[in-house]
Design a binder for this molecule. Structure first.
Ligand code: MG
Ligand code: MG
Length: 248
């Protein structure tokens, strides 16, 4: 069932979203060659707790950390650890927080030092794909209008969209109905209504869209080990423009 949020619930979701956005801002300052992914995780956890929020990924389905960090060929769900970021890497960082029982979820892929022109294009296309999808998140459209727009944008730029992982409804749980795929024909799925809150999150691969999971049972990598990027916002559908909740 897709729930419509009241204005009071949206206030809590804005709070959770602002904490996620603030944590991203902190990590963006810290990402540089030489830092470990575990250090980034600690920074994010300290920030979220200092804001009176809870790191929402920690313990979710058994995930062991506050953030998902997925460098280079890793798509999503990478676990923070001793890996040291190197010049030329790209690093996807996904952060979730919870306040007063409501959730925010947002991801970004950052360059580490100097990256190749191809990698820079992948980041730019993935972020733009997210915003083209958000533009379709308006009252009266169908859910798959978002999906179709994202896929069309990504593929016309020469990249591919991941099929095996998708966006989702979000609110008083991290993952609610409906699923929000980044591919598909337009005009399908539920009618979008003011009060729906969605996490829209294109995962874009430089090569094949196919992915596999490493033996740690978390880390998802591209099958061809080419680069992957991930951008995500939690948004609310309103009577007017979509409202991005995970933004300062
Ligand atoms: Mg996320
Ligand atoms: Mg998400």
């Amino acid at each position: 069932m897709i729930t419509l949020k009241s204005e009071k619930e949206l206030v809590y979701m804005r709070d959770a979203g602002r904490v996620v956005a603030g944590a991203h801002q902190e990590l963006a300052k810290a990402v540089k060659p030489g830092i470990t992914t575990a250090e980034l995780d600690r920074l994010a956890e300290d920030f979220i707790l200092a804001k009176g929020a809870r790191p929402a990924f920690k313990g979710l389905y058994g995930f062991p950390a506050t953030i998902c960090v997925s460098p280079n060929e890793q798509v999503v769900h990478g676990i923070p650890g001793l890996r040291v970021l190197e010049n030329g890497d790209i690093i996807s960082i996904d952060i979730g927080s919870e306040i007063n029982g409501y959730f925010g979820d947002s991801a970004v892929t950052l360059p580490v030092g100097e990256i190749t022109a191809g990698a820079a294009k992948l980041l730019e296309v993935t972020e733009s794909a997210l915003y083209t999808g958000i533009e379709k998140a308006v009252d009266g459209n169908r859910l798959s209008d978002i999906s179709h727009t994202v896929q069309k944008y990504v593929e016309s730029s020469g990249f591919s969209v991941v099929r095996d992982y998708v966006g989702h409804g979000i609110g008083s749980s991290m993952h609610e109905e409906p699923q929000v795929p980044n591919f598909g024909r337009p005009g399908r799925g539920p009618r979008l209504k003011a009060g729906m809150t969605l996490a829209i999150e294109p995962m874009v691969n430089m090569g094949t869209h196919e992915v596999r999971t490493l033996p740690d049972n978390w880390t998802v990598v591209t099958r061809d080990l080419k680069l992957s990027a991930h951008f995500e916002h939690t948004i609310a559908i309103t009577a007017h423009e979509p409202e991005i909740l995970t933004r300062l």
